[in-house]
Design a protein around this ligand. Structure first.
Ligand code: ATP
Length: 313
């Protein structure tokens, strides 16, 4: 039994400094919301396993090699003969806003099916983490997520769903229809402020969180960017402000936050401490280039987490 099992698409990520149309240098790494969380947990010393599908190409090898180097178990990952690994290009629009350009349609991960994840689920995990990105990739990946959530729950795993709506992959209405039952079957639901209405109804945030708690969700966690994060539980609401940070690259903050939250959950810490570790990891992701490169080890966590008033650089 690992601490965390997660599944999803991890792609090769190319990062440029200006608009892509101007050409220039690109830096090659990997990106995937779920594997970002797995890396965050592995760096903090938890046993993390990622399962997914990559092509039998150089980029698939890069994905697996990088995850392995970060001590994420990829022994259950599928390498699909003759298929391609997806790609993501990041650039900056004039003005500096980060943009993501996907080359993922028809790639190996879009065919992730329940049979690809069943062995990993059977091996057991304390926490099963899924996101709303995977079901947006197609019918098979949606079925794989549903299967993992049901089987993981039945085996006693704590199920965490990060709503993670990707408007480029599907419209709100379709995302909402597919993600609502997944949220209802999760123990922890993580969403940014604007995503919460996708998975539950209510006149305001507190009412929406209450609606999920009434369905059996134990913790509803809301991310608020520079305004920190909150958690709603059966006993009330907890808030944690964001840590001050010199912003380098905001992409990956949400996944880092989730990794911090789940790490403290796995350590048996109470909800306010889970939020606290979440905002520390969120700040660490924002302070560094890349989605996961800036995440701390356990020793570094103690160092950067020490003073809530200090600015991370
Ligand atoms: P993304 O999709 O870009 O990963 P998100 O919308 O899922 O982000 P955010 O709410 O932006 O998630 O970020 C998650 C957490 O990271 C926040 O709750 C906050 O604690 C931290 N964070 C994000 N941006 C900043 C920032 N500029 N300064 C400090 N902390 C930040």
């Amino acid at each position: 039994t690992v601490d965390l099992l997660t599944l999803g698409e991890t792609m090769a990520a190319l990062r440029g400094t200006g608009p892509l149309r101007l050409g220039g240098d690109l830096r090659l790494s990997i990106a995937g919301a779920e594997s970002n969380v797995a890396i965050g947990l592995a760096r903090l010393g938890h046993a993390a396993r990622w399962v997914g599908r990559v092509g039998d190409d150089e980029l698939g090898a890069l994905v697996l090699r990088t995850l392995r180097a970060e001590s994420v178990d990829v022994s259950a990952a599928v390498v699909a003969p003759g298929e391609l690994t997806g790609m993501l290009l990041f650039d900056r629009a004039p003005g500096g806003t980060p943009r993501a350009h996907y080359r993922r349609a028809g790639c190996a991960a879009a065919r992730l099916a329940p049979a690809d994840v069943s062995a990993a689920v059977a091996l057991g995990a304390r926490v099963l983490h899924v996101t709303g990105i995977t079901p947006a990739l197609g019918e098979d990946p949606a079925a794989a997520v549903r299967y993992a959530v049901e089987a993981g729950r039945a085996a006693g795993a704590t199920v965490c769903l990060d709503v993670n709506h990707r408007p480029k992959l599907w419209p709100r209405e379709r995302a909402s229809a597919v993600l609502r039952p997944l949220a209802a079957g999760a123990h922890l639901v993580v969403a940014s402020e604007d995503e919460l209405p996708l998975v539950c109804d209510g006149p305001d945030e507190a009412a929406r969180a209450r609606a999920l708690l009434d369905l059996g969700v134990r913790e509803v966690v809301v991310k608020r960017g520079t305004r920190g994060a909150s958690a709603y539980t059966g006993t009330g609401r907890h808030d944690e402000p964001a840590r001050a940070v010199t912003v380098v690259d905001t992409v990956g903050a949400g996944d880092a936050f989730t990794a911090g939250y789940l790490s403290a959950f796995l350590d048996g810490l109470p909800v306010p401490e889970r939020l606290r570790r979440g905002v520390i990891l969120g700040a660490a992701a924002v302070a560094a280039h890349g989605d996961w490169e800036g995440l701390p080890t356990r020793a570094e966590l103690d160092h950067i987490g020490g003073s809530p008033d200090a600015t991370l650089r």
